[in-house]
Design a protein around this ligand. Structure first.
Ligand code: ZN
Length: 332
């Protein structure tokens, strides 16, 4: 991995870090975009031995141009916009889904986060929402989930954010809602639409509460989770290593490695740091037993106090996490 960058920018530990797992890697959570941005992302994915990538696209044309440029590398997921349905135009959202299905998509991405409240209360939207009306269990969205259930779609679903973001940024709760409420909305989706395979992004937004997630995974066979967001995972797993290890052991067939990279993203660290910092942080977290290692990514939400504490997962679990589980869920 780009040795100059590592030597000049990271803790010396990262210069000598070696892969514990040397097989192929499936990155099960990325956001695609322009061909040139994706080409840059792939360059760093290659350095981490990534051989297969789950990529979210906004439209079929983008998928087709990426497939031509990078044949057989991606499993594509279509970004399903629920904005139109929430604004009352269910037909727009349904037609989009039908067209995506016709175009061959079997996987969707649905993004639902509390900061939507800001979006929906902007004056220029010409629609007057009460923020509490913007809810994943809004009956207006039900036809979409019904159809996804009929089609046996797989859905990468982002429903919530870190606890500390709720505490710091999502105030007052009367505007943004509570994490408990948003998490319960996901639970309802799992219950009501059992034919939809749900991959809960960012450990289903529950790395803070592995007890509850353990319970859900026992209860809902249609649930999988991914490890998207190095920052969030490093922060939470490192504070409870034994509990996390027991969780990974018990649910070793249900957890997918994913980075949540956004190709062309410019608001984080400059490239290549954006990619290298995250890959090597994941590697230190999953493959080593390092303690209190300097975290190479700024983490102002946690007052930059985040340190990496490694889980040192067994090889057979690493193989499932990095490769086998995603191959199974995405049939590739
Ligand atoms: Zn994402």
């Amino acid at each position: 991995m780009d040795t100059d960058y590592v030597r000049n920018n990271m803790d010396p530990f990262f210069q000598s870090i070696e892969r514990k797992y040397t097989g192929p890697v499936f990155d099960a959570h990325t956001h695609l975009g322009k061909v040139e941005d994706v080409a840059t992302m792939i360059k760093y994915e290659n350095q981490f031995n990534v051989k297969k990538i789950f990529g979210i696209v906004r439209d079929t044309r983008n998928r087709d141009e990426l497939e031509e440029a990078f044949p057989n590398l991606f499993v594509y997921s279509i970004f399903l916009s629920i904005r139109e349905a929430l604004q009352g135009d269910i037909n727009a959202s349904m037609n989009f889904l039908e067209q995506a299905k016709k175009d061959g998509f079997k996987i969707g991405k649905l993004w639902f986060a509390p900061r939507w409240a800001n979006y929906f209360t902007r004056d220029n939207l010409n629609v007057k929402f009460r923020p509490q009306d913007v809810h994943l269990n809004d009956p207006k969205l039900e036809p979409i989930f019904q159809r996804l259930n009929e089609l046996k779609f797989t859905l990468l679903l982002h429903v919530s954010d870190p606890d500390l973001i709720y505490k710091k940024n999502y105030q007052p709760a009367s505007k943004y809602g509570t994490k408990e409420d948003h998490i319960n909305a996901l639970k309802n989706i799992l219950e009501w639409f059992p034919n939809v395979t749900i991959v809960g992004a960012h450990m289903a937004s529950l790395p803070e509460n592995l007890n509850l997630l353990d319970n859900w995974l026992d209860t809902y066979p249609n649930l999988y989770v991914d490890t998207g967001s190095a920052k969030w995972m490093v922060r939470e797993f490192g504070t409870k290593i034994d509990e996390t290890l027991a969780f990974f052991d018990k649910h070793q067939d249900r957890i997918l490695f994913g980075t949540d990279f956004v190709a062309g993203r410019g608001d984080r660290e400059p490239i290549p740091g954006y990619y290298i910092n995250r890959f090597l942080s994941f590697q230190a977290l999953f493959e080593t037993n390092v303690r209190n290692l300097a975290f190479p990514i700024p983490d102002p939400e946690n007052d930059n106090k985040t340190k990496i504490n490694g889980l040192d997962l067994p090889k057979n679990i690493l193989q499932k996490l990095y490769w086998k589980n995603a191959c199974k869920v995405y049939n590739s």
